[in-house]
Design a protein around this ligand. Structure first.
Ligand code: PLP
Length: 401
């Protein structure tokens, strides 16, 4: 038994943003500039972001979901096609395949990294497969070279879901298009490492993909609003496709540029916090932590711990799933917010009913999804907050019979 620590008064949130005076000033500047939506700041942010992730091209959008969708459309995914996605991911990775009229096919994940398992991907490839959408789970780099090799052998394209992975690197290079994939999609949602409240970026290797995404992401109009109204002279638009309204606006871009300037310092702090968690939990056999591979940089977007099979399988009268949920509720009583990333998608109602999937389709993802808990991590956290979380986690595990 560990000594019980007094309960805190304030809730330790799972995520917390670090917006301050610089973000406030940036937003105010846009409000006073006379140009609110997609315009000069979005263009500037696209250039700065592309440089950060070593991408030839970047397109600012209103979400990562929009970016994932546009990548599939630009790659020609449509009815009759299959796209392989990991089972352990946020719904948008698979939902965007459905939005194209295609079928998402779920690959299992690796037990160590909880990223997509290339051997599972290989087994699922058939004549209808068009693309692979790997997810860098929590900021851990996927086995991209192996996935690209499979894609090359079978004429597929790779569209990386980099929602958690702005800082992730593999073999000394940022993941995403810098590592050779055709597309990479980033999220700037309120809980991410670089935030614009809502927002996303699509990075592409080829200019033709960028131009296609730009058109489809703005109603299918052949000229975007910035070009129509700014100094390039009169140009009448045409409609090339029944496109979508996905553009980023300049308020988001202004926030994004301030956040980008803080990214390295924030990432260094996340790395310290994750190391502290790992050292404080290392001696507890009930707790496992997903591991990044050698020669990679972990973005530490999520601080995921996993309850061991032994512990969670031996709680009297509780399934593994119930035991984990009990731990989350008890942590909340102790003023620690935690969550589940993710419910394995083949077990969710929509995919079961519409695509006939079952939790057992991807056994590793299913087992992991019943045992994972994401703990608080954000740059403003104090070391003492991490110590509190770890002590409370041990206390709670002691208390769940
Ligand atoms: C893995 C993953 N992919 C895609 C998304 C979608 O991002 P957005 O909310 O920016 O559309 C998220 C968001 O949480 C995510 O975690």
């Amino acid at each position: 038994m560990y000594q019980k620590v007094p309960r805190r008064d304030s809730l330790l949130r799972l995520h917390s943003h670090d917006f301050g005076p610089a973000e406030e000033a940036a937003v105010l500047e846009v409000l006073r500039s006379g140009w609110l939506t997609r315009g000069p700041r979005t263009q500037q942010f696209e250039l700065e972001f592309a440089a950060r992730v070593a991408a030839p091209h970047a397109l600012g959008l209103n979400s990562c979901t929009a970016a994932l969708h546009l990548a599939l459309l630009c790659g020609g995914v449509g009815p009759g096609d299959e796209v392989i996605v990991p089972a352990l991911t946020f719904a948008a990775t698979a939902n965007t395949v459905v939005h194209c009229g295609a079928t998402p096919v779920f690959a299992d994940v690796l037990p160590d990294s909880q990223c997509i398992d290339p051997a599972s991907v290989e087994r699922l490839i058939n004549g209808n497969t068009k693309a692979i959408v790997p997810v860098h789970y929590g900021g851990i780099a996927c086995e991209i070279p192996r996935l690209q090799q499979l894609a090359g052998q079978h004429g597929l394209f790779v569209s990386e879901d980099c929602a958690h992975a702005v800082e992730t690197e593999l073999d000394g290079r940022p993941v995403g298009v810098a590592s050779g994939s055709r597309f990479a999609s980033y999220s700037f949602y309120a809980t991410k490492n670089l935030i614009t409240a809502e927002g996303g970026m699509l990075c592409c290797r080829d200019e033709a993909d960028l131009e296609r995404a730009r058109v489809i992401g703005l109603h299918g109009m052949s000229r975007n609003a910035w070009k129509r109204y700014s100094g390039e002279g009169f140009q009448l638009y045409d409609i090339e496709a029944a496109g979508f309204k996905y553009n980023m606006f300049d308020i988001q871009a202004a926030l994004g540029m301030v956040q980008l300037a803080k990214l390295n310092a924030n990432h260094a702090r996340r790395t310290e916090l994750a190391a502290l968690y790992a050292s404080l939990l290392a001696d507890d056999p009930r707790i496992e932590i997903p591991q990044a591979g050698a020669d990679s940089v972990h973005a530490h977007h999520l601080m995921v711990v996993r309850l061991s099979e032994d512990w969670s399988g031996s709680r009297v009268g509780l399934s593994r799933f119930e035991a984990r949920n009990t731990v989350i509720s008890a942590l909340r009583e102790e003023m620690v917010e935690s969550y589940v990333h993710y419910i394995s998608l083949p077990g969710t109602r929509f995919y079961r009913e519409q695509y006939g999937t079952a939790p057992s389709d991807c056994p590793v993802a299913q087992s992991v999804s019943e045992r994972v808990i994401s703990l608080p991590i954000y740059p403003d956290m104090q070391d003492s907050d991490v110590e509190y979380c770890c002590l409370k986690l041990r206390e709670v595990l002691d208390g769940v019979e």
